[in-house]
Design a protein around this ligand. Structure first.
Ligand SMILES: Cc1cc2nc3c(=O)[nH]c(=O)nc-3n(C[C@H](O)[C@H](O)[C@H](O)COP(=O)(O)OP(=O)(O)OC[C@H]3O[C@@H](n4cnc5c(N)ncnc54)[C@H](O)[C@@H]3O)c2cc1C
Length: 401
């Protein structure tokens, strides 16, 4: 062996315990970051496991650069808490000139445009400063579950396959990985083909211009796919699903073909980077104890733990019940973000960045409280949870008469 070489560690296998945490969060997207922040702020030792090498999930590596609105379209703010904090954080480094103070002006909403790579770094800086342990480049690949309790999660990374023991888990994987691998019933939705890419040389997409804020000089974000983004609803012209390896691969490779088509037809177009995640909007979600659907627009739920307006237009406001975060099978696991239990237009609304953050905060807080009280997630005193969420800046009960 040469002086600057060393013997590689043998891969771990089986039950090697790499650490023990109160709360483990699977997925470092916006929901996972918010859940980890809420958990650590409630004094729980918290580990965030992410398969990629940066934080933000679709919002950053999927090239999704609009933090959609926190208001109802009529000048009333309906989302606060960590979601509002993360909206402000999104412009901390790049595009920090974005002025959100004027959002109540006619035709404007409480939203902003951000730069993905700068946002990833800002998220990492915040989570580290608050004491969240982050484990990058590590794929969650299974859990030790007995009697409905998840006692540890398996991760595959350069060390091999290792086990992290835990008291509770947030499934913020975007596709309900923990629930799915437990054998719980999950549901997939139809998606349109999409690939968001930064280009130099071709004009930016109209939706970006409409929502204000330029990209980095010389770069424009362009959406290519089978969707009519100018329509009120997403019109799916050819269905894609994100619920199997085969389907995700079909999506990725077809979206690359589309991109190649653009390059072939426009020699001046030069992409700056390809998305690091498949731009699938609604992959797989849990079949929870309550399924929030279109009929619930403007309805009041006694157990609401977050609220949201419709990012597409002024109008419906949803209260999100705590029961959308869990099912009957798992006693110490909550879902957060785009894989909670919701369907139809409600899923279309709730899958977005502000809502992912809000349900992430609710999940992280609820698990911290469930551990303190020694109860299953299904038996948590939801009124106490709501009091805590309100004290932490969240807005609830927007539909209460
Ligand atoms: C084409 C498109 C356009 C969109 N436009 C907008 C928009 O303009 N504004 C807006 O607000 N929203 C938009 N969205 C929606 C939004 O970006 C996402 O739905 C939201 O960011 C979801 O956050 P999340 O944390 O729930 O999930 P994700 O962002 O999917 O995060 C999940 C994380 O978990 C990780 N993960 C998954 N499996 C594992 C595993 N086994 N082990 C370890 N880690 C794992 C992933 O790598 C990822 O980082 C758009 C989405 C798409 C696809």
């Amino acid at each position: 062996m040469k002086k600057n070489e060393r013997l590689c560690a043998q891969p771990e296998t089986g039950r090697t315990e790499a650490g023990k945490y109160d709360v483990i969060v699977i997925g470092g997207g916006i929901a996972g970051c918010s859940a980890a922040l809420a958990s650590v702020r409630h004094k729980k030792r918290t580990l965030l496991i992410e398969k990629l090498t940066v934080l933000g999930g679709l919002a950053t590596t999927g090239h999704i650069t609009i933090y959609l609105p926190l208001d109802d379209g009529y000048g009333r703010q309906v989302i606060g808490g960590i979601s509002e904090e993360l909206l402000k954080l999104s412009t901390k480094y790049a595009y920090h000139g974005v002025d959100i103070s004027t959002w109540k002006e006619e035709g404007r909403r409480y939203e902003c445009k951000f730069n993905g790579p700068a946002y990833s770094l800002a998220l990492e800086e915040l989570l580290q400063s608050e004491g969240v342990d982050i484990l990058y480049d590590s794929l969650f690949c299974g859990a030790e579950i007995s009697d409905g309790i998840c006692r540890g999660v398996y991760v595959e990374n350069k060390s091999g396959r290792v086990l992290y023991a835990c008291g509770a888990v947030v499934d913020a994987s975007g596709d309900a990985e923990v629930f799915f691998r437990n054998g719980s019933r999950c549901i997939a939705a139809e998606n349109s083909l999409a690939i968001w890419t930064y280009f130099s040389g071709i004009p930016q997409h109209s939706i970006v211009q409409k929502r204000g804020g330029a990209d980095a000089p010389g770069l424009n974000l362009v959406s290519i796919g089978t969707i009519d983004v100018t329509a009120d609803k997403h019109i799916v012209t050819e269905p894609y699903y994100g619920d199997s390896g085969e389907n995700v691969n079909r999506f990725i490779q077809d979206s690359h073909k589309r991109l190649l088509g653009v390059l072939r037809s426009d020699p001046s177009a030069a992409p700056a980077a390809l998305p690091g995640m498949a731009d699938i909007r609604m992959a797989r979600r849990i079949d929870g104890s309550y399924e929030l659907s279109d009929k619930d627009a403007n309805a009041h739920f006694e157990d609401n733990i977050a609220c949201t307006g419709d990012w597409r237009r002024p109008g419906p406001v949803y209260e999100i019940p705590y029961r959308t975060l869990f099912n009957k099978d798992l006693r110490n696991v909550l879902s957060a973000g785009r894989c909670i239990s919701t369907s139809g237009e409600a899923w279309e609304i709730i899958r977005c960045i502000p809502q992912a953050s809000a349900t992430g905060q609710a999940a992280g807080t609820a698990l911290a409280m469930a551990l303190d009280c020694g109860v299953d997630v299904q038996d948590l005193d939801v009124m106490k949870l709501r009091e805590t969420l309100k004290a932490d800046g969240m807005i609830l009960d927007v539909n209460k008469g």
